[in-house]
Design a binder for this molecule. Structure first.
Ligand code: IPD
Ligand code: CA
Ligand code: CA
Length: 258
């Protein structure tokens, strides 16, 4: 497996998306809604995914792509998992916390992840067994060992008014006096855990494109990623808890009201 070549493809694809995000941020864009009136999709989402797909197809024609906007049309040993614009609502408002997220799964295992903050230009990368990096410099999760004093993040699904499960978890954390942010781009939330800017993050109802890259980046930065019961994380699990490892069990306990 030529991981270096695949990483180069992921980087080139991420920078193509960055150009598209920036172009439409300056020029203006059309937008429409998906599952709910707040679930937005813009021209930048569609065009970024199209450009990423074209690049991958030109370099690795036998590879499969799972993208948020176009789905997946075939099966294969190598699967790129792409969120062309994570944090679309932020993007649509000009709130600069959004990214492109690209992961590569080889024979069922995520082997590389790239999250590019296209507003700030911060590049988070990881390869399986090769560590995690921010702009080429190695990163590690934080060393904070107590939940009180930790900076946490979560996110809410677009139908949170109907499916209020995470409001319960959020309230449990807040009533313990914990500090919780809701930044609005799960891929970047994970990258921030990897970089030690956040000590923990959890969310319910995530999709593979939100987490494939960030999951590997957190793991390679020495963090822990599990499902909601503390089980080993597997792609497809819509519940995810990520942390520096040290606060993981107390965070799970808080979520479950223990
Ligand atoms: C969303 C963001 C948000 C999270 C949602 C995701 P999108 O992705 O990651 O932070 O709370 O669950 O759907 O729609 O902006 O790609
Ligand atoms: Ca997303
Ligand atoms: Ca998206």
């Amino acid at each position: 497996m030529d991981l270096r070549a695949y990483l180069q493809t992921a980087l080139d694809a991420a920078y193509l998306a960055k150009g598209i995000h920036q172009y439409y941020q300056e020029k203006g864009f059309t937008q429409s809604t998906k599952s709910t009136p707040t679930d937005l999709v813009t021209q930048a989402d569609h065009e970024s995914e199209a450009a990423i797909r074209e690049l991958i197809a030109s370099r690795h024609p036998d590879h499969v792509v799972l993208g948020e906007e176009q789905g997946q049309d075939k099966e294969g040993a190598f699967r790129w998992i792409v969120d062309p614009l994570d944090g679309t609502v932020n993007y649509a408002h000009g709130f600069p916390f959004y990214a492109v997220s690209i992961g590569l799964e080889a024979h069922g295992e995520v082997v590389l992840g790239v999250v590019l903050d296209t507003a700030r230009g911060e590049l988070f990368t990881a390869t399986k067994g090769g560590g995690a990096y921010l702009n080429g410099r190695p990163i590690r999760v934080s060393t904070r060992s107590t939940l009180v004093g930790s900076l946490l993040a979560t996110g809410f699904p677009y139908d949170v008014n109907k499916d209020t499960e995470n409001l319960t978890y959020f309230q449990r954390a807040l009533t313990k006096g914990l500090m919780v942010r809701r930044p609005g781009a799960a891929a970047l939330d994970l990258a921030y855990v990897a970089a030690g800017r956040l000590d923990g993050f959890w969310e319910v109802k995530l999709n593979p494109w939100d987490v494939a890259a960030g999951w590997l980046i957190v793991s390679e930065a020495g963090g822990r990623v599990t499902g909601l019961q503390g089980e080993e994380y597997r792609l497809g699990n819509r519940y995810l808890v990520a942390s520096n490892g040290l606060i993981h069990q107390p965070l799970l306990d808080t979520i479950h009201g223990r």
